[in-house]
Design a protein around this ligand. Structure first.
Ligand code: CMP
Length: 140
């Protein structure tokens, strides 16, 4: 596993950070840590109580619940884990790397700082969580 700090220039190219001002980018840059992970790695497990936000920089992940067919395939610029971080509930789905991936990871403390210092990021995370919760309740 490879670990290094995220770079501001990378962040700017991701839609989640596209509306960030320089101060927001600086805050985000200092908070996220980059990981490279292998194909097949389970990143988040349905029912889990861990607290991490993962932002996909490269590669694809699959989102599945129970025995249902996959809810989504997500790729660069997408993120996962925001629902449990925002609601305090258990992980709603299992997320697995479908290819080798690079992700930016924020733990709960970093997440709290990020959404406090980067309102545009907070708004996008809340909007995505609301959309996904609505989609899952229709699918259920
Ligand atoms: P969380 O519940 O913390 O952990 C599983 C994650 O899968 C969830 O946050 C979302 O990030 C993601 N997820 C759940 N449902 C969907 C969906 N319908 N579409 C895309 N991503 C989803």
């Amino acid at each position: 596993m490879f670990r290094q700090e995220a770079r501001g220039s990378d962040l700017r190219s991701l839609p989640l950070f596209a509306d960030c001002g320089p101060e927001e980018l600086k805050a985000a840059d200092s908070l996220a840590t980059r990981l490279r992970l292998k194909n097949g790695r389970v990143l988040l497990r349905e029912g889990g109580t861990d607290r991490q936000l993962l932002i996909i920089v490269e590669g694809q992940v699959g989102v599945c619940r129970g025995e249902e067919s996959p809810l989504a395939v997500l790729s660069a610029g997408d993120f996962v884990g925001e629902m449990a971080m925002l609601t305090g509930e258990r992980r709603s789905a299992t997320v697995t790397a479908l290819t080798p991936i690079e992700v930016l990871v924020c733990n709960d403390r970093e997440f709290a700082t990020l959404i406090e210092r980067a309102p545009s990021v907070r708004d996008k995370l809340i909007a995505a969580a609301a959309e996904r919760i609505a989609a899952n309740s229709v699918a259920a």
